[in-house]
Ligand binder design. Structure first.
Ligand SMILES: Cc1ncc(COP(=O)(O)O)c(C=O)c1O
Length: 388
């Protein structure tokens, strides 16, 4: 049986997969099982932030596997402590909680918001406002938080206490605020929703409302965080620090991790027994994540991400077929005039380039460390497909 046949026979068909078996890779280049080469403009879905098998990351991960691969969270271990200290230092957050995915990081944020309010104001202050067109994960609570009707199906009953505000509609948001609201949760750039950045004025108004009313502002930076937009956190573009920020995807460099970071006022809300995860903060994953942070901390790294972003955006904007290039930094959405995003994705694969789609857009999330040579080669392929 081929890999594809084995997979289709034994794994639930929850993904629309491309008929491509990826076998090995280095940097932003990989090969399939037949030896065909591809430039990667997807990073998994924004996870392999340092590309495939980055040397420093792979060495740290392998060394940790051979030292101690797991301890329960009933003990202390160094990689977890190092990662937490580094993250707090880089972001100004007071404390972190480690889980294994973006959805779990958001579950933690939701629990912090509700318990913060419960502890301080008692019952019935538990409504969380999220945005229409948002995406926050696939667990029942994070699906409930997700403001897209298409996800509110089959799995009834969903978790109550979520309201969906229209992005950038300040008066609509004000209309939704009442004494039951405990948090407002946003993505600065809606990734799965089509790579749409929210307006600065809207984000500022959310920050203002949250501060005035002691409502927690939660930033879901699962996709936008960890350098993806050319700042460590996308909130930096807006000059805003949320009370709680969640990370996942890129910080693991390809291994599963989810992180919920809390500021001083809510850092101690989750006390002993209030939350937990068997694998959260696994030492192997944390040792790799420390290398991701060290790479991003290096001088000139954020500038180089912006340079690469500008390069692709300029090339794409010049094309007749491109209606708009959206997003921030290396989180790029391309809306098309006549072509369909899935057709572009297929044609790119044929020509040796991996891209993503989001809604009706082509989406690019190249590895942050992609070389200029790989970037130029990939951009050439993409432009030839879009012009063809
Ligand atoms: C903004 C955002 N939040 C949460 C998630 C869920 O992350 P995970 O699939 O790791 O649970 C995603 C995944 O695409 C995302 O883009």
């Amino acid at each position: 049986m081929s890999t594809i046949e084995q997979t289709d026979e034994h794994i639930m068909h929850t993904y629309v997969r491309n008929a491509l078996v990826l076998d090995h890779g280095n940097g932003a280049t990989c090969q399939d099982a037949d030896g065909k080469t591809y430039i990667d403009f997807g990073s998994g879905i924004g996870t392999t932030s340092l590309g495939f098998c980055n040397d420093a990351w792979a060495e740290a991960v392998c060394a940790q596997v051979r030292t101690i691969q797991h301890t329960s969270n009933l003990f202390y271990q160094q990689p977890q402590a190092t990662l937490a200290e580094k993250l707090c230092g880089m972001t100004g957050y007071s404390k972190v909680f480690f889980g294994n995915s973006g959805a779990e990081a958001n579950e933690c944020a939701i629990k912090i918001a509700r318990k913060y309010s419960f502890d301080k104001y008692g019952e019935n202050r538990n409504t969380i406002i999220t945005l229409v067109n948002s995406f926050h994960g696939r667990t029942i609570a994070t699906l409930s938080a997700t403001g897209q009707d298409v996800f509110h199906n089959y799995f009834f009953p969903f978790v109550g206490g979520f309201r969906y505000a229209k992005a950038n509609d300040i008066s609509g948001l004000h209309d939704m605020i009442d004494e039951t609201v405990c948090a407002i949760m946003i993505e600065y750039v809606q990734g799965e929703g089509g790579v749409m950045a929210i307006d600065k004025a809207f984000a500022e108004e959310i920050r203002k409302i949250c501060t005035e009313k002691d409502i927690l502002m939660i930033a879901d930076e699962v996709q936008t965080g960890v350098g993806r937009t050319g700042k460590f956190l996308a909130g930096e573009h807006y000059g805003i620090k949320a009370d709680v920020t969640t990370l996942a995807k890129g910080i693991g460099g390809g291994l599963p991790i989810g992180i919920c970071m809390a500021n001083e006022k809510c850092a101690d809300v989750l006390d002993a027994g209030a939350h937990g995860s068997t694998f959260g903060g696994n030492p192997v994953v944390c040792a790799g994540a420390v290398k991701v942070l060290e790479t991003l901390e290096a001088e000139g790294m954020m500038e180089s991400i912006m340079e690469k972003s500008n390069y692709i955006r300029e090339k794409l904007t010049a094309l007749e077929e491109v209606a708009e290039v959206s997003g921030l930094g290396m989180m790029i959405g391309i809306s098309l005039k006549t072509k369909k995003a899935p057709d572009v994705l297929k044609a790119c694969i044929e020509k040796g380039l991996l891209v993503l789609t989001a809604k009706d857009r082509v989406r690019l999330l190249p590895p942050l460390t992609i070389s200029m040579e790989e970037l130029k080669k990939g951009t050439e392929i993409l432009c030839s497909v879009l012009e063809g």
